[in-house]
Ligand binder design. Structure first.
Ligand code: ZN
Length: 202
């Protein structure tokens, strides 16, 4: 790190240049680090010019958390209905096959999946949301899109009307923004030049 006024070498976290006394601006530090390809992915993501991208990715995750909350509420509302279904299926398994260790394990697993299907789906949404938000992950975004589309189609066929369309829509936005971020990050890694406006200047 060099002083932008007099060019003398500065200590890592210097606030003032010991030679000429000029204030070391954070922006100059970042610019020099950036030119040396020294920014980490996190530092790159935190640049002032990335603010709208950050907000968009965060918004996708927040909507996924909201969807997870709604899914939990649905699970609670359906609890007694699903418990009855699970008990019925368990009874069917027990009466139709000879009792064994294997058949009792299967009936316990099926019962668990039927009772907790909404909770499992909600946990999946939260997990993907965190992965999108913290990892800026293209894979997580694609999974939201694929999982969301799948559950939208299955749910809509089941209900006879369009259901759960917001999750694939959010997945689409998440794919767009995470691919955009990773493209900018890749360009910076290759060229060492920051995207225009990344430091926030006009
Ligand atoms: Zn200086």
């Amino acid at each position: 790190m060099k002083c932008v006024v007099c060019g003398s070498e500065l200590a890592e976290n210097a606030v003032l240049c010991p030679k000429c006394g000029s204030v070391v601006r954070r922006e100059d530090v970042v610019r020099q680090q950036a030119a040396g390809r020294q920014l980490s992915k996190k530092e790159f993501y935190d640049l002032p010019g990335m603010k709208s991208l950050r907000n968009n990715i965060k918004s996708c995750a927040v909507v996924l958390y909201l969807c997870a909350g709604i899914t939990v509420v649905m699970g609670i509302l359906e609890w007694s209905q699903n418990s009855a279904l699970a008990d019925g299926l368990a009874m069917q398994i027990i009466t139709s096959v000879p009792p064994s260790f294997f058949s009792s394990i299967v009936s316990v697993i099926i019962g668990f999946l039927i009772r907790f299907d909404r909770i499992i789906a909600a946990a999946l949404l939260v997990g993907l949301g965190v992965w999108v938000q913290l990892g800026k992950s293209r894979v997580a975004s694609l999974l939201v899109l694929i999982y969301g589309s799948y559950s939208m189609i299955m749910g809509s066929l089941n209900a006879g009307r369009l259901q759960g369309w917001w999750i694939p829509v959010i997945g689409g936005f998440a794919v767009f923004y995470t691919f955009k971020f990773n493209k900018l990050w890749g360009q910076y890694r290759r060229s060492g030049t920051l995207p225009e406006g990344a430091l926030g200047e006009k």
